[in-house]
Design a protein around this ligand. Structure first.
Ligand SMILES: [Zn+2]
Length: 242
């Protein structure tokens, strides 16, 4: 079994391949099946993990980026080189788009008529800047995508059961996305924020899969909150095969 969850929502579309890599819990070290080259893990092993995940989905070419918790979206095409961004978009088959996460949300999008895919990284800072909505706006602007054709997956991430934040974060999100649990402490529902953003952008509710799993309390996932500096990263992955 590859260490990969493939979202149900994309199953009806044979050209689309998507997944979220899982943490290998059988390995003794917390870096099991880690996808990041910048957390102190062994480089050849990380390269092998990445190659294995790409191959499991049918790809040999992967686009990564240098994530900065911003709202910059980049188009991936021939000659693409990683730069500072937090979302990748392509209409080119053969590219597997990768976002790196451990508690932040991987959001995967597919426009079923225009054949465009996007992978978005949204921690609370990305959500505060509505990077999901920005990525969708770029899909509309660059490719003529209609929001009602979008199929979306909101992946495993720090969830409201465990994601404790302070006033500084909670006050950024009006509405009911933060549940108070004591003096200046809240449990924050980042997935709920992103879900609201997708709906506001025009994605139909029945075309959204929201993964209920929490990276902090489910050891099948890497979690920075749980494991700190010894935490690996997962990849959220989406692409179209030729
Ligand atoms: Zn939890």
């Amino acid at each position: 079994m590859p260490l990969l969850y493939q979202p149900r929502i994309f199953k009806p579309y044979p050209t689309v391949r998507a997944g979220v890599t899982l943490r290998s819990v059988s390995a003794k070290d917390p870096f099991g099946n880690n996808m990041s080259l910048t957390v102190g893990d062994n480089q050849p092993r990380v390269e092998a993990n990445r190659k294995h995940a790409a191959a499991a989905l049918g790809f040999t070419q992967m686009a990564t980026q240098r994530q900065v918790h911003g709202a910059n979206c980049r188009v991936v095409a021939e000659g693409y080189a990683p730069a500072d961004s937090d979302a990748l978009i392509t209409d080119q088959p053969g590219w597997l788009l990768a976002v790196s996460v451990a508690d932040c949300i991987p959001i995967l999008l597919f426009a079923q008529r225009r054949n465009v895919v996007a992978a978005v990284h949204s921690g609370w800072r990305g959500s505060q800047q509505n990077i999901a909505g920005t990525a969708i706006a770029q899909m509309v602007q660059n490719y003529g995508v209609a929001p009602d054709e979008l199929v979306a997956y909101i992946g495993p991430a720090a969830s409201q059961c465990c994601y404790e934040v302070g006033n500084d974060v909670a006050l950024q999100f009006p509405g009911c996305h933060s549940r108070p649990i004591g003096e200046g402490k809240f449990l924050f529902d980042n997935k709920g924020v992103v879900l609201a953003q997708l709906l506001a952008a025009g994605v139909p509710p029945k075309q959204i899969e929201l993964d209920p799993r929490c990276t902090i309390c489910d050891s099948n996932f890497h979690s920075y909150r749980r494991d700190g500096a010894r935490s690996g990263r997962m990849f959220g992955l989406i692409g179209m095969v030729r």
